[in-house]
Design a protein. Structure first.
Length: 319
């Protein structure tokens, strides 16, 4: 249409300028106006608008196209599915931190690039909606099973029965207070949740009450300069006992029958300007270890490819 205007309009104008007939002038000017209107409306234009991604507000917060906000036992959870459906996807239960620290499924998904991980690893990722304050009933105690653990088991059953997920490929990941929830699942239901990947949050509660019936894969990721959740642990003003990283890992090396020695990796870049070292304990019945980010804070901007490598390296052997 633009090319046609470039050719026709000058000719019409030239013709109009050389004609003394008012009728001819009016007719040709009308043709020019019509063609201009068509061009303004996009008629014949080769350009196209870029479609915007659909976002809905739900009880799970923002939900994008391809995601689902589901309700189970009067609780909600956000479900991420791989872009390409394949048989027997794994299940990953993902727990966000206490509000406002990445305290929504949307923030956790963005922080860890979870949709990308789901796409590349054939995983269904379920992110439950927690409560206020600490968000999760994650305290480890003798002979207790929290409502969040019960919800987690119900989500697993739903995804196995309705989405044909693999019941033998279930893991938990969590950030901050969500990491404590991942530890509780590892302690209380290791026959259902085979691995825990905990980020910036240690086991909360009684260490000696963590007695899983079977060994369980554990990997912990933490920044050495984390002041929100210090690796030395702390007791909160409300009396919550957050164990140290050393004591948390020591508990699982004992549970998993590890030898005293461990092998350190070579330093590798985990953020744009910080390196990390992973420690893998030897002789374990199930893989046990942790990664320490040098000078890392509570929620660093991880390089997602390296973060996903660590996650995959932890979770896949558990399956």
């Amino acid at each position: 249409m633009k090319r046609l205007m470039q050719i026709v309009v000058p000719r019409l104008m030239t013709s109009t300028q050389t004609s003394n007939s008012p009728a001819q002038i009016a007719l040709k000017l009308s043709a020019i106006s019509l063609m201009t209107l068509l061009l303004g409306c996009g008629g014949g234009s080769s350009s196209s608008e870029v479609p915007t991604e659909s976002v809905q507000q739900t009880p799970c917060g923002e939900v994008k196209s391809g995601e689902q906000c589901l309700t189970l036992n009067n609780r909600n959870f956000l479900l991420l599915s791989p872009a390409v459906k394949q048989p027997g996807p794994s299940i990953i239960l993902a727990f966000y931190g206490a509000p406002p620290s990445y305290g929504t499924p949307r923030k956790l998904e963005s922080f860890l690039a979870l949709q990308q991980y789901a796409n590349n690893n054939n995983a269904l990722i379920a992110m439950p909606i927690g409560g206020p304050d600490w968000a999760w009933e994650s305290n480890v105690a003798v002979n207790t099973q929290s409502k969040d653990t019960e919800l987690s088991l119900a989500i697993i059953d739903k995804l196995v029965s309705e989405y044909q997920a693999d019941n033998n490929k279930v893991a938990a990941i969590g950030f901050s207070a969500g990491a404590m929830m991942a530890y509780q699942l590892a302690c209380s239901v290791p026959t259902r949740v085979k691995a825990a990947f905990a980020i910036s949050g240690q086991l909360r509660g009684d260490l000696t009450a963590c007695n899983p019936a079977v060994p369980v894969v554990i990997h912990h990721l933490h920044g050495s300069n984390d002041t929100d959740m210090p690796i030395e642990g702390r007791i909160t003003t409300s009396g919550n006992v957050i164990n140290s990283l050393n004591d948390t890992i020591a508990r699982f090396t004992r549970i998993n029958g590890c030898a005293a020695n461990a092998i350190d990796s070579e330093p590798f870049a985990l953020t744009a300007n910080q390196t990390a070292v992973s420690k893998a304990y030897q002789g374990c019945l199930k893989a046990t270890g942790f990664t320490l980010l040098k000078d890392g804070i509570h929620h660093p901007d991880y390089q997602k490819a390296e973060l996903h490598r660590l996650m995959k390296q932890t979770l896949n052997p558990a399956f």
